[in-house]
Design a protein around this ligand. Structure first.
Ligand SMILES: [Zn+2]
Ligand SMILES: [Zn+2]
Length: 172
């Protein structure tokens, strides 16, 4: 299920470990496993999901360790934090380049929408306006194909007033 091939992943792990050490951080087996997981996942997992996925391998690892490692990786700009969802921040480490996301408001799916041309347009716009880009966040919210065809759960996909009358099962 990796989005990149293995040699790319191992090269990336090697270089990020070197960067962590250069910044005075230790690379523990837990940290390595967290990196490996987040760099190879296309699912944009939450810290909790990463923690649960690694429980069997590292039963004594705490959720705080996961957060701390993600925070370090965020500082090194090796993972991006997405501003989605009530259940916690989602972390994106699979594609260490700016890209947009399609976000399903019903099931919470987050899918990469990486269009290099659009990325160039956005970067050109930022430059043209004389801004300094510090974080990239481009999220397109809606319903994924399977949620569009699933019957409504009696729960509105969104609480926004302008779609409140659209009806739960009516595509828009
Ligand atoms: Zn969905
Ligand atoms: Zn992504």
């Amino acid at each position: 299920m990796g989005v990149q091939n293995e040699s790319f992943l191992s090269k990336r792990l090697e270089s990020v470990c070197a960067r962590l050490r250069a910044h005075g951080h230790r690379v523990t087996p837990q940290r390595l496993a967290i990196m490996e997981f987040v760099f190879s996942s296309a699912q944009h997992p939450t810290a909790q999901q990463i923690y649960e996925a690694l429980q069997a391998r590292f039963p004594t690892m705490s959720l705080a360790t996961v957060y701390k490692t993600l925070h370090l990786l965020e500082e090194l700009e090796e993972v991006a934090v997405l501003g989605v969802e009530a259940e916690g921040a989602r972390y994106d480490g699979a594609q260490p380049v700016p890209h947009a996301h399609l976000v399903c408001e019903r099931c919470g799916a987050v899918v990469d929408a990486h269009e290099p041309a659009q990325q160039q347009d956005c970067l050109a716009l930022v430059k043209k306006r004389g801004w300094l880009l510090r974080h990239w966040r481009l999220e397109l919210l809606g319903l994924c194909p399977s949620c569009q065809s699933a019957p409504a759960q009696g729960q509105e996909p969104s609480t926004r007033a302008d779609v409140a009358h659209a009806g739960g099962d009516q595509p828009y």
